[in-house]
Design a protein around this ligand. Structure first.
Ligand code: ADE
Length: 311
């Protein structure tokens, strides 16, 4: 499994960059993508830039070119819910664009014309992982599940925020989440948005944003790292029993490499215990690919797909 991690600004991705191992980078559409390992998971990190267009392009490239299976957006937001404080964390239940306004033609606020769907639900398992990770990071900040609004506007107006809260029952506002969410939904990729409050989107927002963004980004990073740690570790989880000069063994390794799946190779000619392990799965020859207590013999992409999805 590969997990795409997106932040909009340098401050939002700096801690991830520092913590990632075995990193390689490549550039697409002017966006740098860093592939590597973070907390035992295969991740692709990128900085989308600010706003919905940047976020959409970045997410589609993550999916198409880097074949991520999950997307986590991490960063800061302005609180909309009156009870939220700076430093609190919102894990998205769903997202929508507050600046999509075609009400003059009879559409609902936020509704994308001629589309049945304009509210994008986050993946329940990713939400659960984020909330669980949030419970263990300590400190004063609360972790709350809620609706995230996105728009190409930095909000710094108490009255406008009040209206948005009443209109959408939202928890916070930012400038990318709903775009990431929509692109993920259109591609059937599970996503979650994790935002720490840097301000209250009111008259002090610009001051608070500068003051608290670093701290808020640290909180988001702590949660996402916790999420990754609580996922089944990918590295060393997949074992390929193989031997030299075996074409199918090479094909299996190539298959895993192309998908960015970390794996351990065990040459059965090197150790009796490796041959015993293969036998325990009921096989005699190689390659044998193992995930947990399940195994696939030979090179069969459809069977491997199934094995790795279950793993
Ligand atoms: N990101 C952080 N604070 C924000 C605000 N007040 N409006 C929009 N995006 C934000």
């Amino acid at each position: 499994m590969r997990i795409g991690i997106i932040g909009a600004m340098d401050e939002e991705i700096a801690l991830y960059q520092a913590a990632m191992k075995k990193t390689t980078s490549s550039v697409r559409a002017g966006i740098t993508y860093w592939e590597g390992i973070l907390a035992g998971q295969n991740v692709v990190l990128c900085k989308s830039g600010v706003g919905k267009v940047n976020a959409s392009v970045c997410t589609q490239i993550l999916i198409d070119q880097y074949q991520v299976d999950r997307v986590i957006f991490t960063g800061v937001a302005g609180a909309v819910h009156p009870e939220l404080e700076i430093g609190d964390i919102v894990v998205s239940t769903d997202c929508l664009q507050h600046d999509m306004d075609v009400t003059a033609l009879g559409f609902q606020p936020g509704q994308i014309p001629y589309q049945e769907k304009w509210v994008w639900e986050a993946d329940a398992e990713l939400v659960r992982l984020a909330v669980r990770a949030g419970e263990t990071i300590g400190g004063e900040s609360r972790v709350i599940e809620g609706r995230i609004l996105s728009g190409d506007q930095f909000l710094a107006d108490r009255e406008k925020v009040k209206r948005l809260y009443e209109q959408f029952s939202a928890h916070c506002t930012e400038m990318e989440g709903a775009a990431v969410a929509q692109v993920c939904a259109m591609n059937e990729i599970p996503f979650v948005i994790v935002r720490s409050m840097s301000d209250k989107a009111d008259g002090s927002a610009h001051v608070n944003f500068v003051e608290f963004t670093k701290l808020a980004a640290e909180r988001s990073f702590a949660i996402v790292s916790g999420m990754l740690q609580n996922m089944t570790p990918q590295s060393a989880q997949v074992i390929v029993y193989s031997t030299k000069g075996c074409i199918d063994c090479d094909l299996v390794k190539q298959y895993l490499k192309q998908r960015g799946i970390d794996h351990e190779v065990r040459d059965v000619m090197e150790r009796q215990e490796y041959r015993d392990e293969v036998e325990r799965f009921g096989f005699l020859g190689v390659p044998v690919t193992v995930v947990g207590d399940k195994a696939v013999k030979g090179y069969n992409p459809a069977e491997l797909d199934q094995l790795l999805q279950k793993g």
